[in-house]
Design a protein around this ligand. Structure first.
Ligand SMILES: NC(=O)c1ccc[n+]([C@@H]2O[C@H](COP(=O)([O-])OP(=O)(O)OC[C@H]3O[C@@H](n4cnc5c(N)ncnc54)[C@H](O)[C@@H]3O)[C@@H](O)[C@H]2O)c1
Length: 495
């Protein structure tokens, strides 16, 4: 009779290839290992950028181990990278190509096994750090940071990493996090292993990656800021980044502390959010008095001091801009114990930006004669920005809810997005027959919409058209006028 075999103890994994999926048949080449914690929109792209980095002779510098959680989302990212595919739909062919090339070379493997951190000479932290930005306006309660997940992620790294390895936090964190949260977590994990904190190397270097058609390029060919928790950590961080970033064209900028580097990221995004929010009231003014704010903004931008003034649009979304302006406020309360700092501009910007899609609903209602009741409206674009598949905090959600509340039936289309997980909706990939539509709203400047042959698609139909985000090219506008479609554009009076 066969006896059940005793429970077998797996051999502790020691090599890069031990973390590869079953059937992995790539040549085992020893290289320094870089671990990437979190394979979301940032971590997965960073994994591709690190795996792609080469020395002068064209040899890869690193073997890359991507690590995510054993959750539905984490597993999907892991399986996708292990199959040689970037996990998210993207308009950037270079990124897909870099992942496929790394798969072919055999220097990119993804896993949910945290023991992988034990191999990393460098460990990049690209996990999320959440804060609920709803109801954040002036006078509202201070939004709370969800620090526990970040703490757990750092603690896991500390439990497995080699002494002397470098941890680089890329996650956008409230100022003070590396010094007051990450370093103590790592030191505690080291202490529990009987290791001294003097073997810890911790740095901060924030991501400026821009998902879209220049996704990979925005990591490699772009300026970077970094800082170390110690001089040795700063130098190790500089040496690592110099192999990933094109530092000849984009020299690195070192700041004097991790708190300074964290503050730079939060200020950068707060500045942008406030700049966008400022324009909202000017767009409304332009529409009310019959001037074209785009024309005006172009004139203002001619002044070098004003060259980055924003323009009117559909709204602000994604994982970063809706929450980042609140991170300094949260840091003041939860990390520095300061009740006297309140950031009213940042609070106001978050509120104004979140409500911005209602401007488009108002414009649509005006275009349709004052009521949306029973109207069929096609929303073109539900992602938060052009040529990405990300729907997190997308302004389209506010539009859909508000237009629905006013009685409209909103149909969706987006060439990048198949599922809208936040609303639990499927998004059709084919444009509907325009015959029964009362209105079409161009909300996202996806390349497909800029190239859309409107005459062909409309085929004699004449829905009202709202350009909510400066999507349409002048020839498309001319076509619509010639076809007799009633038109309006957010930020342009007199249409
Ligand atoms: N998305 C952007 O365009 C962008 C740009 C610049 C900076 N950032 C910042 O980068 C960070 C990451 O953003 P994102 O868009 O990639 O987020 P994301 O939610 O897409 O990805 C985070 C990933 O981390 C994983 N994760 C969480 N805890 C983990 C743990 N303990 N171990 C392993 N994996 C874990 C999650 O499962 C998820 O897959 C955020 O701080 C964000 O603000 C994002």
């Amino acid at each position: 009779m066969l006896r059940p075999s005793p429970p077998c103890r797996p051999r502790p994994p020691r090599d890069f290839a031990d973390f590869a999926p079953p059937g992995w048949d790539r040549p085992a080449v020893e290289r320094p290992v870089v671990c990437i914690q979190g394979l979301g929109f940032v971590g997965a792209a960073m994994a591709a950028a690190v795996a792609r980095a080469r020395d002068g002779a064209g040899r890869p510098f690193f073997n890359v181990l991507g690590v995510d959680l054993d959750t539905g989302r984490g597993r999907a990212a892991i399986d996708s990278l292990n199959a040689g595919r970037f996990p998210f739909a993207t308009g950037d062919r270079a990124l897909g190509g870099a992942v496929a090339a790394a798969h072919e070379t055999g220097n990119l493997v993804a896993t949910s096994d945290p023991a992988a951190y034990g191999l990393g000479g460098v460990i990049l932290v690209d996990v999320n750090l959440d804060l609920d930005p709803t109801a954040a306006g002036p006078g509202a309660a201070t939004p709370r940071l969800e620090l526990d997940g970040f703490r757990r992620a750092i603690r896991t790294v500390g439990e497995h990493m080699m002494p002397g390895a470098l941890v680089i936090v890329e996650t956008t964190v409230p100022p003070g996090t590396c010094e007051r949260v990450a370093a103590p977590e790592l030191a505690a994990a080291f202490g529990a292993r009987g290791l001294g904190a003097e073997d810890l190397l911790l740095a901060h270097s924030y991501e400026r990656v821009m998902p879209g058609t220049r996704y990979l390029d925005s990591i490699v060919n772009y300026w970077r800021v970094y800082a170390g928790h110690s001089p040795a950590a700063a130098e190790a961080c500089r040496d690592f980044l110099s192999r990933i970033v094109n530092v000849a064209a984009y020299p690195l900028r070192r700041l004097s502390s991790t708190t300074a580097s964290e503050t730079a990221k939060v200020l950068e995004n707060s500045y942008r959010a406030v700049n966008i929010a400022l324009i909202e009231e000017w767009g409304r003014f332009a529409e009310a008095v019959g001037v074209d704010l785009f024309e005006i903004v172009e004139a203002v931008r001619q002044r070098p001091t004003h060259s980055n003034i924003r323009q009117p649009g559909f709204g602000v979304g994604g994982y970063c801009l809706p929450k980042d302006p609140l991170l300094a406020l949260a840091a003041a309360r939860q990390i520095f114990d300061r009740d006297d700092l309140d950031f009213p501009f940042c609070r106001m910007a978050v509120e104004v930006n979140r409500a911005m899609p209602r401007v488009s609903v108002d414009a649509l209602q005006g275009l349709l004669g004052g009521s949306l009741e029973g109207r069929r409206v096609l929303l073109l674009g539900v992602s938060y920005r052009p040529d990405v598949a990300d729907t997190r905090a997308t302004p389209a959600a506010v539009f859909v809810a508000e237009a629905g509340r006013r009685g409209a039936r909103v149909l969706l289309h987006d060439p990048m997005v198949r599922d809208w997980p936040e609303l639990g909706l499927e998004v059709p990939q084919a444009l509907p027959d325009p015959g029964g539509l009362d209105a079409v709203v161009f909300a996202v400047a996806h390349e497909d919409y800029r190239r859309l042959e409107l005459r062909d698609w409309l085929n004699g139909a004449r829905p009202a058209v709202l350009d909510a985000n400066n999507v349409l090219a002048p020839e498309q506008v001319e076509d619509l006028r010639a076809l007799g479609c009633p038109m309006a554009s957010v930020g342009r009076g007199g249409d």
